[in-house]
Design a protein around this ligand. Structure first.
Ligand SMILES: [Zn+2]
Ligand SMILES: [Zn+2]
Ligand SMILES: [Zn+2]
Length: 448
């Protein structure tokens, strides 16, 4: 910290850090940008990182994961919020009339893989975890009952009453197959809507577009479930009204039917039977309205929140497990350790290679995207980013960093290379002070 503060380039370094918005692990770039006059061949302007502090430009990491960089993940969360909300009430190029289209908020849960400690509330009272008057003993000698009223942050929540009875293989295989189960759900949904409307699938496509925006959330027990906005539009997407037969009731029926109808099967492997997975019984289907219980802001906020969270929230790691890692020594919860161990065990079996369980062990077997949406749902993250880049460019021109040249007459030659990532501990503390962000856990180190 002292050497940075005494560095003659400190002011420039501080300005770079402010421009990253407080990114915890900025990317270091080395390179140059030259502006040449096409007609005369004269060099109009040259920018090089040569004169920047440490000879590099620091730019935000743009991660989506809040555990890695809260600042950049916040940008992604805010974009996701705008994107989801535009699909509910319009904006960002989507007409406001979209708010009249049938639209549901659906939660599809995972099935049970064994009894876990839970906290549920009823009428403001916390219920007993898992009280059973005549609870028997499991084959491992544990009483399958828990009469505690658990606090909201108790570490046992989501952990099995008997880890030896818990179906760890089932849990990670479900995560691995959940994206396929979702895909089958959307197909079954289309078939059911067509049937209810008395149409063939081809006729259905000519009349409606069904759009989705969904996010995966890890439950404490380490399985994913999905929250999704499902909307019916006319044949050209959100700009066209759906036909009169496409009502919220018809959509609700189709969601309930499709959720209970689909299965996906994990193949039989030595020591494990073939398993057919279905969604859990806790299906939640609610209409989204502008003024009712479930508003557009609530839904957009909910989806955006989970778009930046991953498995680390259930006490596992936010990075890949590498072979030299000693699983027993990793600072993770025992339940997560067993789920990871199961991924590594099953990942080594030939029959299951397609699920890439070893590579995704830190995600407890889930290798899908955290937030996804169909093409016609609303705007795209790319468009939101482009709008922001254009805005930043305008700012840079007005503050004198980029020369304002007409792009048709000027040739821009740029060359960039990656020169590392991250901040030293001293730099991280200064960056936190400069940007008003929280001080990161002091285990990081700069690379490069
Ligand atoms: Zn960042
Ligand atoms: Zn309990
Ligand atoms: Zn047991």
């Amino acid at each position: 910290m002292i050497s940075r503060l005494h560095d003659p380039h400190y002011a420039r370094w501080a300005s770079q850090i402010r421009r990253t918005g407080g990114c915890r692990q900025p990317i270091h770039l080395r390179g140059k940008v030259e502006h040449w006059d096409r007609a005369t061949g004269t060099l109009l302007h040259r920018y090089s990182t040569h004169r920047e502090p440490d000879g590099v430009l620091r730019v935000p990491c743009k991660t989506r994961r809040a555990s890695r960089c809260p600042t950049c993940a916040e940008t992604y969360r805010a974009d996701t919020y705008q994107l989801v909300r535009a699909g509910l009430v319009g904006g960002k190029g989507v007409p406001e009339t979209v708010s009249a289209h049938p639209c549901l908020f659906v939660t599809l849960t995972a099935p049970s893989f064994g009894t876990v400690h839970t906290r549920r509330e009823k009428n403001g009272k916390i219920l007993l975890c898992h009280a059973r008057r005549d609870a028997g003993m499991c084959p491992h000698g544990r009483v399958m009952s828990c009469t505690a009223r658990h606090g909201a942050d108790e570490p046992c929540l989501g952990e099995p009453l008997c880890p030896d009875c818990y179906d760890y293989a089932g849990s990670v295989l479900f995560n691995a197959l959940a994206p396929e189960l979702w895909r089958r759900f959307t197909e079954a949904l289309r078939r059911r809507i067509a049937k209810n409307a008395g149409l063939t699938l081809r006729e259905l496509r000519e009349q409606v577009v069904i759009s989705f925006a969904k996010v995966a959330e890890y439950q404490r027990r380490g399985v994913v479930h999905f929250h999704a906005v499902i909307r019916v539009d006319g044949p050209k997407g959100p700009i066209t009204a759906p036909p009169a037969w496409a009502t919220a009731d018809l959509l609700t029926d189709a969601v309930r039917h499709a959720a209970s109808a689909v299965t996906v099967t994990a193949p039989e492997v030595p020591g494990e039977p073939a398993r057919a997975f279905q969604w859990g019984t806790q299906l939640d289907v609610r209409p989204i309205t502008l003024h009712g219980d479930l508003t557009d802001q609530a839904v957009a906020g909910y989806i955006a929140k989970y778009a930046t969270k991953a498995a680390e929230c259930v006490g596992t790691l936010d990075r890949r497990i590498t072979s030299p890692d000693d699983l027993a020594a990793l600072p993770i919860r025992e339940h997560a350790r067993r789920l990871i161990a199961e991924c590594l065990r099953l990942g080594a079996l030939d029959e299951l290679t397609e699920f890439r369980l070893t590579a995704w062990a830190h995600m407890l077997g889930f290798r899908g995207h955290f937030s996804t949406k169909s093409r016609r749902y609303s705007t795209t993250l790319g468009k939101l980013r482009a709008a922001r880049t254009e805005h930043m460019r305008g700012e840079a021109i007005s503050t004198g960093r980029l020369p304002l040249f007409d792009e048709d007459t000027v040739l821009v030659i740029s060359h960039w290379e990656y020169a590392g990532q991250g901040l030293s501990i001293g730099d991280a503390l200064l960056a936190a002070a400069l940007t008003g962000n929280s001080v990161p856990p002091l285990s990081g180190e700069a690379h490069g």
